[in-house]
Design a binder for this molecule. Structure first.
Ligand SMILES: [Zn+2]
Ligand SMILES: [Zn+2]
Length: 390
C-alpha cells in the first residue's frame, strides 16, 4: 500500500498490487467458502443462520421503584385500520424490538381512509395483532381513539370490550359507552395546534369528566410535543400522566432509535400483566418519558433518581492549594441521563455511564435540582445526593 501511495502508478506497481489483491481475494474466498460450508454443507443451497439472529430485542434500562415493576408502554398508535400506514402485527414487532412491555393500538373510530381497501371493523386491528402479541410476550391492550372537534377533542379509550360500540353520533354517548365497558379514558394531545391554536386550555367538559372519573389521564407528551401546562392539570385532577408516540408510519422513521427511544408511558405496576397495568393507570402510577426527560409526580421521579444514581469515593488527593480533596464517582445505572445542578456545579451524567467529580470532602447530603425531571409545568425535581465515604 505504501509503495502505491509514494510512487507513480507504473505497470509494475499495478501488476504487483493486482497480484496482491488477487492473492488476498483467493484467501478471502477460501475462508468464506469454509465458513459457508460449515453453515450449510451444500454447494447448491447456503443458509446463513446469523441473519435470522439479527432479529433482536433491546433492553430499556430504567429501574423498578417503590416495590413496583417499571413497565415501558405506548398507549397511542395507528395502523391501516385508520390513517396509519402499517399492518397491526408490525406494531407488535416494533414494540418487541424496542424493548416495550405493552402497547395499545388506538385506531380512529371516526377516521378510516383505508376502509375501502382493508375493510374490517373497529376491532379488526386488535383481533389481527393479538395472537402475534401473545407469542412475542407483548401485552396488547384493546383501544380506540374517539376523534372529535375540540372540546372535548380526541380521547383514547383503553381496555374496551367492543370498540365498534363507540361508533355513535354523539361524543358523550361514545364516552359513556366506553365508561360502561370499564375503559380507561385519557385526553390526547391537549395542546395540538390544530385544535388549540392559542395557549392550550382545559375546558369545562374535561374538568367535569375528571370529576366524574370518566377522564382518568392526559397526554403531557404526544409524538414530538410536550405540554407543560397539562402536567399541572394532571396533578390538579389527580389523573395519570401519559406520553405516547401517536405513531402513524414506522417508528424508526420518526424517532432515532439508535441514540434514543420513542416516547413512552412508564407504568408502575405490581405485575407484568394487563390487569396490573389497568390498576396502575387508574391509580395514576405513571411517569411520562420523552426526549431524555421524565415528567410526573415528585415521589416517583425522586425514586427513579435515587435508584439510578449512586456515588462512591474512590480516592483522596491534594488540590493546587494543597488542600485535601476527594475523588468521587457518580454512577448512573439508568439509560436516561440526568442533568444535576448543585452549589458544587452542574453535572451531566449520561445514561448508563459514570463520571468523575473532584471536591467535597464532606459527607453531608447535597441539595440538588435535576433539570430534566419535571415535577410541574415549570418546576424540576428538588432532591439531595448522598456522598458516601465508602
Ligand atoms: Zn388524535
Ligand atoms: Zn392518534
Amino acid at each position: 500500500m505504501n509503495t502505491l501511495r509514494t510512487l507513480p502508478i507504473t505497470g509494475q506497481a499495478v501488476r504487483s498490487s493486482t497480484c496482491g489483491i488477487l492473492r488476498c481475494g483467493v484467501w478471502l474466498s477460501t475462508l468464506a467458502l469454509i465458513g459457508l460450508t460449515a453453515y450449510a454443507g451444500s454447494p447448491g443451497r447456503v443458509e446463513l443462520p446469523h441473519l435470522v439472529m439479527s432479529q433482536s430485542r433491546r433492553h430499556i434500562r430504567i429501574p423498578d421503584i417503590l416495590g413496583f415493576q417499571t413497565l415501558k408502554c405506548d398507549f397511542h398508535m395507528h395502523t391501516v385500520f385508520s390513517d396509519g400506514s402499517v399492518w397491526p402485527t408490525i406494531r407488535v414487532d416494533e414494540a418487541w424490538q424496542e424493548g416495550l412491555d405493552a402497547i395499545a393500538i388506538t385506531d380512529h373510530i371516526e377516521r378510516n381512509p383505508s376502509k375501502k381497501h382493508v375493510g374490517g371493523d373497529d376491532n379488526a386491528a386488535y383481533t389481527i395483532a393479538e395472537p402475534h402479541a401473545r407469542e412475542m410476550g407483548i401485552i396488547l391492550i384493546r383501544g380506540a381513539e374517539i376523534t372529535r372537534a375540540m372540546p372535548p377533542g380526541h380521547l383514547n379509550a383503553l381496555f374496551v370490550q367492543d370498540a365498534q360500540k363507540l361508533d355513535v353520533p354523539d361524543v358523550m354517548d361514545a364516552l359513556q359507552e366506553a365508561g360502561r365497558q370499564g375503559a380507561f379514558i385519557f385526553w390526547n394531545h391537549p395542546g395540538w395546534a390544530d385544535q388549540q391554536p392559542e395557549a392550550p386550555i382545559m375546558f369545562d367538559i374535561h374538568r367535569q369528566m375528571a370529576t366524574n372519573r370518566l377522564l382518568c389521564g392526559i397526554e403531557v407528551f404526544n409524538e414530538k410535543e410536550w405540554y407543560p401546562a397539562a402536567l399541572d392539570w394532571c396533578h390538579e385532577h389527580r389523573v395519570a400522566v401519559l406520553s405516547n408516540s401517536d405513531i402513524h408510519d414506522l417508528v424508526s422513521h420518526t424517532y432515532d432509535l439508535e441514540r434514543g427511544r420513542r416516547p413512552m408511558t412508564l407504568v408502575l405496576s405490581t405485575e407484568r400483566t394487563e390487569r396490573g397495568i389497568r390498576d396502575a393507570l387508574f391509580a395514576g402510577r405513571t411517569i411520562a418519558c420523552f426526549d431524555d426527560r421524565l415528567a410526573g409526580r415528585a415521589e416517583y421521579l425522586s425514586a427513579i433518581f435515587e435508584a439510578s444514581v449512586k456515588t462512591r469515593k474512590i480516592a483522596e488527593v491534594k488540590n493546587r492549594k494543597n488542600e485535601k480533596e476527594y475523588v468521587w464517582e457518580i454512577v448512573n445505572s439508568c439509560e436516561i441521563p440526568f442533568v444535576i445542578a448543585s452549589v458544587h456545579g452542574t453535572w451531566s451524567v449520561p445514561g448508563n455511564r459514570t463520571i468523575i467529580h473532584r471536591g467535597m470532602p464532606g459527607v453531608e447530603p447535597v441539595p440538588v435540582r435535576v433539570l430534566n425531571l419535571h415535577v410541574s409545568g415549570e418546576g424540576t425535581l428538588n432532591t439531595e445526593m448522598v456522598f458516601h465515604e465508602e
